[in-house]
Design a protein around this ligand. Structure first.
Ligand SMILES: [Zn+2]
Length: 177
């Protein structure tokens, strides 16, 4: 075995455990909150250039495969409870304020910190994005339907991230009320 393959093998085992843990937590949370849906960002084809060729084989294998595995686990476990998994366009989800709806580049200051330039609200950036994903109705089944992939041809923004969120009934009530 080549050193790279050994590393990939070890990493796969690690990611698999991690994915099991994450998917279990998501479903637990969804069931507890009587969620009907789980919204996920449609994230596919990381690390491919515009012609669809892999720019870096190893990196592509890891990021694509781990996301694919996670979403498969979530779909399977959600299905056991009759919860529907939906996919949405990732466009602007991390740059829009989930409190007032203001969109502007650069509101996500770091991986963790989000400060709205509209209302001044400061939040955890992942939490903010998750709320936007949960409320989104820009459903998509393919990359070509997504604004995100039309605007971000290089596909680098979310390469390392696995976004997930829940569309919870009480959140819907709050939004409408
Ligand atoms: Zn705001």
């Amino acid at each position: 075995m080549q050193p790279l393959e050994r590393l990939a093998d070890k990493e796969r085992g690690f990611i698999k455990n991690y994915n099991h843990k994450i998917s279990k937590e998501i479903i637990k949370f969804a069931v507890k909150n009587k969620a009907k849906y789980i919204n996920l960002e449609l994230l596919e084809g990381f690390g491919k250039d515009e012609e669809g060729k892999s720019i870096q084989k190893y990196k592509w294998m890891c990021s694509n495969w781990s996301y694919f595995e996670l979403k498969t686990m979530i779909e399977y476990k959600a299905g056991l409870y009759g919860i529907i998994v939906r996919y949405i366009d990732p466009y602007h989800t991390s740059q829009t304020c989930s409190i007032c709806g203001h969109f502007e580049e650069g509101q996500r200051l770091t991986q963790a910190q989000f400060i709205c330039k509209g209302c001044g609200e400061e939040m955890n950036a992942d939490y903010n994005a998750a709320k936007n994903i949960a409320r989104s109705t820009k459903f998509a089944t393919e990359r070509k339907e997504c604004e995100y992939y039309k605007k971000n041809k290089k596909d680098v923004d979310k390469e390392e991230e696995m976004w997930y969120t829940l569309f919870i009934r009480k959140e819907v009530v709050k939004l409408n009320g």
